[in-house]
Design a protein around this ligand. Structure first.
Ligand code: SF4
Length: 292
């Protein structure tokens, strides 16, 4: 890979991710808008959001004022040098913040200081994943803070929910998390779940589900059926866009699983707001391709 152009390519990936809603998400929002009753608050909310998404796209403006936390998943050819890549990512983030594609979002939790460039301890989050291919794939997720606040992690069994260590218990946790969130987290959300794992790997696994397209099929047939059931039932809650009531409370449900220790059974839920910003840049020789 030519590292010289990498920074420039990464700034473009950040701009693209921040300003263009993925087509599958936009289509789901349009479908939700059509389903709502004429004159209802839900119909109005969807219309306003969709108009704003159009303007962002046309004018290269962030889809939401909170441009979120930067989470990177990078597939790289095994044996590649990674230090220059990390350096280019940080430099691209600085530039993208200067260009206002990103809001300065990184704040020291103790001093309250904001360096103004989206960098800091733990920011950005970068996952490097080796693969056997010769190409590189940079996946970027911009995860909004309001939706992060309503994510949840449950430890089964949960007596208060009457939830045991099985899929029915998981179902109760997901229903509870979305019910508790109501419109906070900017519904309609995309509910990303990881069953099992540990506290840290479970939440990371839940967030990883956010890279999936809304209309994909879970290769695990049991989980695929489970996702469909949750999607149907969560949309019966009537919470609607931004909590105004309505027929669409979630745009999608994605569920993965990880092996767990016998002693623990976690259900980790990452709530992604309607402003689901994810995009991919593929580098293959001299070719650069952006998609979302
Ligand atoms: S939760 Fe999402 S839509 Fe709401 S303010 Fe944050 S980034 Fe924007």
């Amino acid at each position: 890979m030519k590292y010289s152009k990498l920074e420039e390519n990464l700034v473009e990936l950040i701009r693209f991710t921040s300003t263009v809603l993925p087509p599958d998400v936009e289509n789901a929002m349009k479908t939700a808008w059509r389903r709502e009753l004429k004159g209802s608050p839900a119909k109005g909310a969807f219309k306003t959001i969709l108009e704003s998404v159009d303007i962002s796209n046309l004018c290269s403006l962030p889809v939401c004022q909170d441009t979120g936390a930067l989470v990177w998943y990078i597939h790289y050819p095994d044996g590649s040098e990674l230090i220059p890549v990390e350096k280019a990512i940080k430099s691209a983030i600085r530039k993208a913040t200067d260009e206002s594609y990103l809001r300065p979002n990184s704040v020291d939790p103790v001093t309250g200081e904001n360096p103004g460039n989206n960098l800091g301890n733990g920011s950005p989050t970068i996952h490097f994943i080796p693969w056997k291919k010769k190409s590189w794939e940079f996946n970027l997720l911009l995860k909004g803070g309001g939706s992060e606040n309503v994510g949840a992690q449950y430890r089964l069994p949960d007596v208060a929910l009457n939830a045991g260590r099985d899929l029915d218990g998981v179902y109760k946790c997901v229903l509870d998390a979305v019910y508790q969130a109501q419109g906070q987290g900017c519904a309609p959300g995309i509910i990303c779940v990881c069953i099992g794992g540990s506290r840290d790997s479970g939440m990371a696994g839940a967030k990883l589900q956010a890279l999936r397209k809304l209309d994909d099929t879970n290769p695990d047939t049991v989980l695929d059926k489970f996702e469909k059931k949750l999607f149907r039932d969560l949309n019966k809650l009537g919470i609607g866009p931004m909590g105004f009531g309505g027929k669409t409370t979630v745009l999608g449900v994605k569920v993965g699983k990880q092996h767990r220790l016998p002693a623990s059974y976690f259900v980790s839920i990452a709530y992604v707001c309607w402003a689901m910003r994810r995009a991919t840049m593929t580098l293959s020789g001299d070719r650069v391709k952006y998609s979302n």
